[in-house]
Design a protein around this ligand. Structure first.
Ligand SMILES: Cc1cc2nc3c(=O)[nH]c(=O)nc-3n(C[C@H](O)[C@H](O)[C@H](O)COP(=O)(O)OP(=O)(O)OC[C@H]3O[C@@H](n4cnc5c(N)ncnc54)[C@H](O)[C@@H]3O)c2cc1C
Length: 470
């Protein structure tokens, strides 16, 4: 028999008020909700899977009264440990709240529940020729509530920006059970502090998001996917300069190293169609203007670029299947590396114009430290946001790997500070980047951050220990 007194008290307080299927109490049922993609995991006290906002409010209010901490949970694809259980907290999963309302064509918005899966929102809106322009490799599993709470980026930030630009209304529930509507989907509302923007990127530490009004754009009409092999990082920069001056809009400008391609080829059995390999690869997605002339302009641009000495090989996808195949190489990297290896991931950012110099210095630093590990590079070149993946070699065990990574991390953070960058470009802070926050924010900033936390959640029960410690 489970004798945990808090658990018994909470179950008693909620007795007869919630349908049985909303509560998971057996440890084997709760276990999958204890962790995320970081592979860190813990044991939840209980898991709640509410279906309505009223149920969310009831659960939070009772947890608040009993002083039981709560972790909001989405698709658990997070890469910084934001949804990880660390001390037997209650998990509140929004996954069963996944309704998507009909698209408001005039307002170009859609109202969704927080548990709607990102890709399901895309599919729903595509029927109306519209798009919620948040695109990331985890889109088949991550949820809108998680995207908003991490201020997710993804592969189209260069064109559309981060998630925070694409929301105009939120319904939130605070720890004391209050249900609050923020901004009501208004496009214009200049009445002081913007609480929506406080919620975006708060990683579930201020309130639980239950619904959102998402802003939409027209689906790109004439997309093309181009793929290049290149000899060096400097060559990527030259290609990027050419693309910035080209007569088309860049939707994505992604890069990855040869080691990443090899991992995807080996683990997922996908193949590059380029004849000549390179040290690096670039996937570029663009949107042409309408009419027939833009195709000719693109062709001319491509001939010009393929003739330049900084490009080894290149192609342009001729069909939607080929487009998917090329994207499959980029989108399979995180999964391929994680399938067989232990990985420490650094999702960092610097000014776009400095990305090559920064990566070169970070690579030099990594090599100079003689770690028993390999460096896999990929990411969002066009946003100044590379992902540095440190992969353990079989010659060392887990404990030694952690020590090596910790040593590297200290030096890397100093380097990022020197370049005026950020140690979390898009994955959030969660548990993994807390030391960066402590290092990068001034005491005055931290005091304000903590005051905001206390205003929303006076008992400090919502996702405690994430982003910062109180
Ligand atoms: C293969 C792969 C590729 C990825 N690519 C990218 C990428 O390109 N760009 C990028 O930004 N990220 C990327 N990610 C990371 C991840 O997918 C995003 O951070 C995503 O937004 C997390 O959504 P989720 O629903 O899985 O959230 P979770 O992991 O469940 O939670 C993330 C955080 O949000 C909080 N939270 C979740 N739901 C709510 C809610 N309703 N109310 C309040 N708080 C809530 C949690 O407490 C936690 O702190 C990738 C992950 C994988 C596995």
């Amino acid at each position: 028999m489970d004798l945990n007194p808090k658990k018994q008290q909470l179950l008693k307080a909620l007795e007869g008020k919630l349908p049985q299927e909303v509560i998971l109490s057996k440890s084997e049922d709760c276990a999958p909700y204890g962790g995320d993609w970081t592979r860190m995991t813990g044991s939840p006290l209980l898991v709640f899977l509410p279906k309505t906002t009223e149920q969310v409010a009831l659960i939070l209010k009772n947890c608040n009264e009993l002083k039981i901490p709560v972790i909001p949970s989405g698709g658990r694809t997070g890469l910084s440990g934001g949804a990880v259980v660390t001390a037997n907290e209650v998990v509140l999963s929004l996954s069963r709240m996944s309704k998507i309302s009909s698209v408001d064509l005039l307002g170009r918005t859609v109202r969704v529940q927080a548990g709607a899966v990102t890709e399901a929102v895309h599919e729903h809106c595509a029927k109306e020729g519209l798009l919620w322009p948040i695109d990331l490799a985890s889109k088949g599993t991550c949820e809108v509530g998680g995207n908003l709470s991490t201020n997710a980026g993804g592969v189209r930030v260069i064109r559309y920006g981060m998630v925070r630009k694409w929301v105009s209304g939120l319904q939130i529930v605070t720890m004391n059970g209050d249900v609050i509507e923020l901004n009501r989907g208004l496009e214009k509302n200049n009445t002081g502090y913007d609480l929506i923007q406080l919620m975006v990127g708060a990683e579930g530490t201020l309130a639980v998001i239950t619904e959102a009004t998402l802003k939409l754009v027209r689906l790109p009409q004439k997309e093309k996917v181009l793929f290049f092999s290149l000899p060096s990082l400097e060559a990527i920069k030259q290609l990027f300069k050419k693309a910035r001056l080209a007569p088309f809009e860049i939707l994505a400008f992604e890069f990855f190293s040869q080691s990443c391609l090899k991992a995807v080829e080996k683990q997922l059995n996908r193949r590059s169609k380029l004849d000549k390999p390179g040290e690096f690869y670039v996937l570029m997605e663009i949107e042409l203007g309408l009419g027939s002339e833009p195709e000719d302009l693109l062709e001319q641009w491509l001939v010009d670029v393929l003739g330049a000495d900084f490009v080894i090989d290149g192609m342009w996808a001729q069909s939607s299947t080929e487009r998917k195949e090329i994207w499959g190489l980029r989108e399979g990297i995180t999964e391929s590396i994680a399938l067989t290896h232990e990985v420490r991931k650094y999702d960092v950012s610097v000014a776009v114009s400095q990305i090559v110099e920064f990566i070169t210095e970070a690579e030099r630093l990594f090599l100079s430290m003689n770690l028993e590990a390999d460096l896999y590079l990929f990411g969002h070149f066009g946003d100044g946001s590379p992902h540095l993946n440190i992969v353990r070699r079989d010659t060392i065990d887990h404990k030694t790997f952690v020590e090596h990574c910790d040593r590297f991390e200290k030096e890397l953070y100093l380097l990022i500070k020197k370049w005026g960058g950020s140690a979390s470009s898009e994955h959030g802070v969660g548990l993994l980047k807390k030391s960066w926050v402590a290092m990068a924010k001034t005491p005055q900033e931290m005091a304000l951050v903590k005051a905001i936390k206390t205003a929303f959640d006076p008992n400090h029960l919502l996702n405690p220990g994430k982003i910062f410690s109180l």
